[in-house]
Design a protein around this ligand. Sequence first.
Ligand SMILES: [Mn+2]
Length: 335
Amino acid sequence: MDGLQENKKFFPKFEGAFSEFAESVKGGKFAVVGHMRPDGDCIGSQVAMAYLLRKLGAAEVVCLNKNDVPFLYREFTCGEKFLNTEDFCDESFEIVTVDCADLKRTSDELGRKFPVPFACFDHHASNKPYARLNIIEPSASATGELLAGLMADAGIEFGDDIASALYVALMMDTRQLTTSNTNLRAFEVATFLVSKGADPADISVKLYQREKFGRMKLLAQFLQSLTMHYDGRVCIGLLKSGVYEKTGSSKEDSDGLVDYARNIDGVEIAVLLEDLADGGVKGSLRSKRPEMQVNEIAAHFGGGGHFAAAGFNVKMSMDEFYPELLNIIGEHLKR
Ligand SMILES: [Mn+2]
């Protein structure tokens, strides 16, 4: 392969764990489970894991998600069938999770039916190992990067469809290789995936030039709501209940809106707060730099995530919660 050192391994430390995984899946039945409100990394990783399991000799593989595959990623599912996590109860299947820092991220139900998954592949620093076999690498920028690297290291062949799904995973979690966790290896994995047939220009058009009108109207509402705090260091935007109906958009269209708040000059912490149907609030936190450790703010409210991107859910009304959040952020800024 041009530009890459021959025989170089992406994730040498997982050689043993991966071969243990590879040897124990033959003949088994597996459900590959992603997280709620799946993103590109989740879907791409599920598709690649389903392929990998079959390639390793699994007898049957299905993919499970609590929420539907988002519109943008439907072209990259390589024909995989996605079933609903909540309905699935076939106990002859083993669970393999991808991109889920916590078993609760899969759904409320799954952990009760399958308390100990067979395996977990993830890259979240907050992951506390919950499966029998855990391959977790926080330095990987995407679970897709981890899976692509593991397959490359093990010499597992795949075609341009799987390469594209993994490339999407990597691009979405790194915002096209620009986030703070994008290291040299992320670029090398991207190069590897292009060498396997992922087409950057084609994928870019499919991901970034297909905005829906409803999402643009939703963005307009979000931008209208932006409020600055702490001398412009913190920017908070809201999605009030009913906004999806009003704009002809859907929940999945809110992905990425918070970045518009972060993109403002001087903003160090950006927040999107969304009214939930059950009366609670969902929060998404972003920072320009990982040193800000917004995952600690999220953890204060029972959530988690990465240093520069984290989230949480609280069972309070927006009016009750907003001042409390402002206090915590204020304390956080003093550190
Ligand atoms: Mn991810």
